[in-house]
Design a protein around this ligand. Structure first.
Ligand SMILES: Cc1cc2nc3c(=O)[nH]c(=O)nc-3n(C[C@H](O)[C@H](O)[C@H](O)COP(=O)(O)OP(=O)(O)OC[C@H]3O[C@@H](n4cnc5c(N)ncnc54)[C@H](O)[C@@H]3O)c2cc1C
Length: 480
């Protein structure tokens, strides 16, 4: 038994949804595209799972079909009906168990062979399990991971069964932080446990982390840092009753949420395609080492032009944009430039909301009032701005830090940068770039003070005049 398609997307997550929309925008005729997913749902905006999906009943939790892709980018919402109307075959609830890139075929767990001319691998990643770190108990009914909708439903059910009880969150990354906030909102007492010195250790500086940790503490969250889970106490019904830590402490638990990282789903292609950074290596067209196979989203390791090196990103914006880029490159190979991506990551917890652009290498320069609502940081590497972080910004301010980061301005005086703070980005983002012939990737913006002061003043006026609109607009948009 078998079917053949011109284009097959393997994986039905965020990247698949955005690829489907791009294929239709570019006029691919009905019957040519197929999406295969082991999840039983049409592609949806995965970030909703740790945010709107976990809200308590009274707060209108997000449910499908509300967050099918591509609502997260303010585009069309692709329901199963939409795929049908566009002649896109959705093969759902179906795992692909092997792939043969030479023969251009995929074999599903149901025994069907699906062949393609062009394959887009969009298999994303899976949550790392405790067992991979030598701890057993993942199968206990109140131990929850969060990668897909089935996980989210399980977490919702467990949360509903233990209101007023105790949760232990293992891991201080964004899944841990977002789940901890949701547990608190569901009136559950939360203790977070992680081995690092502070939360979000891969991204935050100690100062940024302290800001968020203080906020969490004000919401009743306890932090136990510098240690790890060693075992669970499990009762006769198979439920975890307590968490034992390596430092000897024992925490009573009604629910355990584990967020200890992810691993890209590359298994089907190991030995057939070149891997890098534990992902599938692609070029600037998102094309793998096999001409007929592309990879996008969390699974793809692609050249980030801005930093001159290959990166694998685990962020929704990268999944959306890499998918669109791959489709454009597939359909118009002669016209497509190399993917030129500015890494972007965001999170929302409680009423807080931050965005990060670029790279967090080099020296961090903090700005803003760390006892107030708007804080930020820049990262300066080898005399250039390479990364920007902002909490509590307006739409215009977020756009400004994004633009400034992309421009990579030269920064000589870190004290002056700290003094200017957000104004620096607002000013730089309005200044036309001067591209020296020797280095087209960097913008030389070593500011002479009078010119800079003029721009800063202009920036303040413009920022003030749009702030009310930006605030209103920012609150109006619901991002997934
Ligand atoms: C709870 C949660 C919250 C998040 N929040 C944020 C956020 O706030 N900000 C941010 O920037 N990023 C966030 N992310 C990350 C973001 O969602 C991912 O970067 C994005 O989903 C990656 O898209 P993808 O299409 O590459 O992979 P996925 O969306 O993971 O899709 C992969 C799909 O492939 C399927 N699949 C895998 N293997 C097979 C197979 N063999 N056969 C059939 N199907 C298969 C999977 O089941 C899945 O449906 C979050 C992620 C999670 C889990």
């Amino acid at each position: 038994m078998g079917r053949a398609f011109v284009y097959v997307v393997l994986g039905g997550g965020v990247a698949a949804g955005y690829a489907a929309l791009e294929f239709t925008k570019k006029g691919v005729p009905p019957g040519e595209l197929c999406i295969i997913s082991d999840e039983p749902f049409a592609p949806y905006e995965r970030p909703a799972l740790s945010k709107g999906y976990l809200l308590p009943e009274g707060k209108a939790p997000a449910r499908l079909p509300a967050f099918h892709t591509c609502v997260g980018a303010n585009e069309e919402r692709l329901t199963p009906k939409w795929y049908k109307e566009h002649g896109i075959e959705l093969v759902l609830g179906t795992r692909v168990k092997s792939a043969d890139v030479k023969r251009k075929t995929l074999l599903t767990a149901t025994g069907e062979t699906i062949s393609y001319k062009i394959l887009i691998i969009a298999t994303g990643a899976r949550a790392l399990k405790l067992e991979e770190f030598g701890v057993s108990g993942s199968d206990a009914e109140n131990v929850c991971y969060l990668r897909d909708l089935a996980d989210a439903n399980r977490l919702v059910n467990v949360m509903q069964s233990c209101a007023g009880g105790n949760a232990v969150v293992i891991g201080g990354g964004y899944i841990g932080m977002e789940c901890a906030a949701s547990l608190v909102i569901n009136k559950i007492n939360v203790t977070m446990v992680f081995p690092e010195a502070h939360c979000m250790a891969r991204l935050f500086t100690p100062k940024i982390a302290t800001y968020y940790e203080n906020y969490y503490v004000s919401k009743g969250v306890k932090f136990i840092k510098g240690t790890v889970l060693s075992s669970f106490d499990i009762d006769s019904s198979g439920k975890v009753t307590a968490v034992n830590l390596r430092d000897g402490s024992r925490l009573p638990a009604d629910v355990v949420v584990v967020g200890i990282g992810i691993r890209p789903n590359t298994g089907l292609f190991e030995g057939q395609l070149t891997l890098e950074k534990v992902g599938i290596k692609v070029n600037g067209q998102m094309q793998t080492t096999n001409n007929s196979v592309y990879a996008v989203g969390d699974v793809a390791a692609f050249p980030v032009k801005l930093f001159g090196e290959t990166r694998r990103l685990e962020h929704v914006d990268s999944a959306r944009k890499s998918a669109r880029h791959a489709v454009a490159a597939i359909l118009s190979p002669d016209k497509a430039d190399d993917f030129d991506y500015l890494p972007f990551f965001y999170s929302r917890v409680f009423t807080l909301s931050w965005q990060f652009y670029g790279d967090n290498t080099g020296e961090a320069v903090h700005f803003g009032d760390y006892s107030g609502n708007t804080i930020g940081a820049y990262w300066i590497n080898k005399g250039q701005l390479v990364g920007s972080f902002l909490e509590g910004g307006t739409k215009e301010e977020y756009e400004a830090i994004a633009k400034a980061t992309r421009l990579k301005p030269a920064v000589e005086d870190l004290a002056e940068l700290e003094r200017q703070g957000l104004e620096f980005a607002l000013t730089i983002s309005k200044k036309p770039p001067i591209l020296p012939p020797a280095d087209q990737t960097a913008t030389t913006l070593v500011l002479d003070k009078p010119l800079y002061a003029w721009h800063a003043t202009a920036g303040v006026i413009v920022a003030a005049s749009v702030a009310a609109f930006a605030y209103w607009y920012g609150r109006r948009r619901r991002r997934w």
